[in-house]
Write a protein that binds this ligand. Structure first.
Ligand SMILES: NC(=O)c1ccc[n+]([C@@H]2O[C@H](COP(=O)([O-])OP(=O)(O)OC[C@H]3O[C@@H](n4cnc5c(N)ncnc54)[C@H](O)[C@@H]3O)[C@@H](O)[C@H]2O)c1
Length: 260
């Protein structure tokens, strides 16, 4: 019998550590902020959704943890840099960066507009790169680590989600390229590639009414979706010292989706 991930507490692996996380208003970002705070981290959370961030903050504080929030749109390079500066000024440094915020949409290729393409790239890819660039000097200083939330969509072709797959494939290889550039320094850079997760990203997915469902089967899979807490649990392990030899890895958590 497996124990639900949200009832498992390893130890206080993040006591004295500072974690900057994006997307903390919802889903995986909220679960990760809650998990790291419960293990002693001081969390600096970013999102465009102020109400959602406040809810996450209340949950964390009610449980005795701490999270500072900053309304930040990761599409803006200036905002990414200012958020890192504010985190370091407020909390004294940076040990863990979690690039978690992301958006998805289902479209036929011919429906995708330039604005939709730019939006997908700016949130899922540009934001990840420039927040990483701004955080790296601090991560290097404290010998910390970076985790990008990619997707099974970065490892396989999925029908009707071509821009999403393009951004997540880019995040996968950006993670590997960053890992190689810093392979001689004492920092770690990894990605987690979840399959379907039971979050608002999936709940708000608008299916096109003329799709061929057989083409969706390969990325729907055979098992239940992950919970956000299961992904947060994996994030906490990879971000902790227990994962000291994991660098440049793309770690799947997808119920076998990408096994074939
Ligand atoms: N849900 C899934 O099935 C699934 C599967 C694989 C990967 N992922 C990835 O997991 C990550 C988290 O997604 P989730 O499922 O928790 O979705 P979610 O919608 O619950 O959370 C995403 C968060 O990102 C925030 N966000 C969106 N645009 C932003 C911006 N410009 N700046 C700052 N914050 C912004 C949203 O406000 C929201 O709080 C994403 O990168 C997503 O691509 C999700």
């Amino acid at each position: 019998m497996t124990q639900p991930a949200d009832t498992i507490r390893a130890v206080n692996r993040f006591e004295g550590k500072i974690a900057l996380l994006t997307g903390v208003a919802s889903g995986v970002g909220r679960a990760t902020a809650t998990r790291l705070a419960s293990e002693g981290a001081s969390v600096f959370g970013l999102d465009v959704n102020a109400d959602g961030m406040a809810e996450t903050q209340t949950t964390i504080e009610d449980a005795g943890g701490t999270m500072t929030t900053r309304l930040t749109d990761v599409r803006s390079v200036a905002e990414c840099r200012a958020a890192v500066d504010d985190c370091v000024a407020a909390l004294g440094g940076l040990d863990v960066l979690g690039n978690i915020a992301g958006i998805a949409a289902q479209r036929h290729v011919h429906q995708v507009t330039e604005d939709e393409w730019d939006m997908m790239n700016d949130v899922n890819l540009k934001g990840v790169f420039f927040l990483t660039q701004a955080a790296l000097p601090h991560i290097l200083e404290r010998e910390g680590n970076i985790i990008n939330i990619a997707s099974n969509a970065g490892l396989m072709g999925q029908a009707y989600t071509v821009p999403y797959c393009a951004t997540k494939g880019a995040v996968v290889n950006m993670t590997r390229a960053l890992a190689m550039e810093f392979v001689k320094q004492a920092i770690r850079i990894n990605a987690i590639a979840p399959g379907g997760i039971d979050t608002s990203l999936v709940h708000n997915f608008e299916l096109q009414n003329d799709i061929d469902f057989a083409l969706m089967q390969p990325y729907t899979g055979y098992r239940d979706m992950s919970s956000a807490e299961q992904i947060a649990s994996l994030f906490a392990f990879v971000a902790s010292d227990e994962a000291g030899n994991i660098h440049g890895s793309i770690i799947s958590a997808d119920g076998g989706l990408t096994a074939s």
